[in-house]
Design a protein around this ligand. Structure first.
Ligand code: SF4
Length: 389
């Protein structure tokens, strides 16, 4: 069997040691969460260029130890060790798929356990990060909300997912391999953790850090209308992806509780505002669910509503979640749905699963661990690859 799948068993001793360290570190400040101006304020007796040096070590060179900051004086390194810590996760599990997809289960201590997926394609490396522990939104086709919402991730905990995956990538395949795209589509609703997510985006795209183009960042929301308006006014150049998953309010309410709060009409208005303010085309995510949202009539309904708008549709064959009892739409329905939308002038991409052999759906790895104490996944991947565009 040619599988290169690797599984890493849990080292409980190591995990509890790390958690102890993190609890201890809670008395110190999280320096990865600070802009260089914030670092400067924390170090009033140091020359101003020091904060920029420290910021670059943390966010460009991705070090995880103050000792590695070789251009700092020893006294400053001691001060940093005494008063700050660098947020970095313990890896509870790491699965590598035959297609190169890597799924991480990260533990940041104090119950903060999240998933991150690194995907590879002809366009380079993309990462999907989590923004919350659990989720309040309750979409029935998603495992992330099962067990409820627990915590928001800090900006540094979202950054640390990217930084760990980048270090892992370089260690496996060489320093020239860089993550070029990022999607906020992992566990959690990013706009429900608004301030931390915004700070994360600004720091990740900072020229003194990873300098990732904002155009390479996609934020996915289930449709928090008021926050979409706010985001549109932030002056960012990120892509907004809206999880739509239905052609009308009644169908949407069957799988997405947020539809009871915000109508599709109000969502489309907010999306248009985002497009007007940013010039960024809206991307709609549509999980194809058998017998729920996959008929030709529903495609026509959707096409009629969005015809003439500058939008892009991603049709995603549903990744079944055991608890939801929902099935993936037949391939013929997915193809037919795409063709119908295209007749209305809408650009469509049909995606296919990546990393299916590592059994790792969004939220499933963490969910399985919470239920069994076992870090092995049993779901399917939340990574997607373009099948037809
Ligand atoms: S699809 Fe997104 S918003 Fe809905 S429950 Fe899952 S993580 Fe939350």
């Amino acid at each position: 069997m040619k599988s290169i799948q690797k599984r890493f068993e849990i080292n409980f001793e190591k995990v509890s040691e790390k958690n102890f360290e993190l609890n201890f570190e809670n008395t110190k400040k999280d320096i990865l969460n600070m802009h260089s101006e914030e670092i400067a304020k924390e170090l009033p007796n140091e020359p101003s260029y020091r904060s920029k040096q420290i910021y670059e070590w943390l966010h460009k060179k991705l070090v995880t130890s103050f000792e590695d900051m070789s251009n700092l004086p020893k006294s400053l390194i001691q001060n940093l060790n005494d008063n700050f810590y660098i947020s970095a996760p313990t890896v509870l599990n790491r699965l590598i798929s035959e297609d190169g997809t890597v799924k991480f289960l990260f533990d940041f201590g104090s119950g903060v356990v999240v998933e991150t997926v690194l995907m590879t394609s002809n366009y380079g490396y993309s990462i999907c990060v989590s923004s919350q522990v659990g989720c309040k939104m309750g979409c029935t086709f998603c495992a992330s909300h099962i067990g409820g919402w627990e915590k928001n991730l800090s900006s540094s905990q979202i950054l640390a997912q990217v930084y760990h995956a980048q270090r892992d990538l370089e260690a496996r395949l060489g320093k020239e391999n860089k993550i070029g795209n990022l999607v906020l589509m992992g566990i959690g609703e990013p706009l429900d953790n608004y301030d931390n997510v915004l700070k994360f985006i600004r720091m990740l795209s900072d020229e003194y850090g990873q300098n990732l183009s904002q155009r390479s960042i996609t934020l996915s929301t289930c449709g928090l209308v008021d926050k979409i308006y706010k985001l549109a006014d932030e002056g960012l150049a990120i892509t907004l992806a809206i999880s739509l998953h239905a052609p009308d309010d009644d169908t949407r309410k069957k799988t997405m509780p947020i539809a009871k709060v915000h109508s599709m009409e109000s969502l489309f208005k907010a999306a248009n505002y985002y497009f007007e303010k940013t010039g960024r085309r809206i991307s709609y995510e549509y999980a194809m669910i058998a017998g729920i949202n996959d008929s030709e009539l529903q495609a026509k309904t959707l096409g009629t509503k969005l015809s003439g708008n500058s939008v892009h549709f991603n049709l995603i064959p549903l990744n079944p979640v055991t608890e939801a009892h929902l099935q993936k739409a037949p391939d013929a329905n997915i193809r037919g749905f795409a063709k119908t939308l295209e007749k209305f002038g809408i650009e469509v991409t049909v995606r296919r699963n990546q990393g299916t052999d590592i059994n790792a759906a969004c939220g499933q790895l963490r969910r399985t661990r919470n239920e069994t104490g076992n870090n092995r996944a049993r779901g399917v991947s939340n990574g997607y690859k373009i099948l037809r565009s």
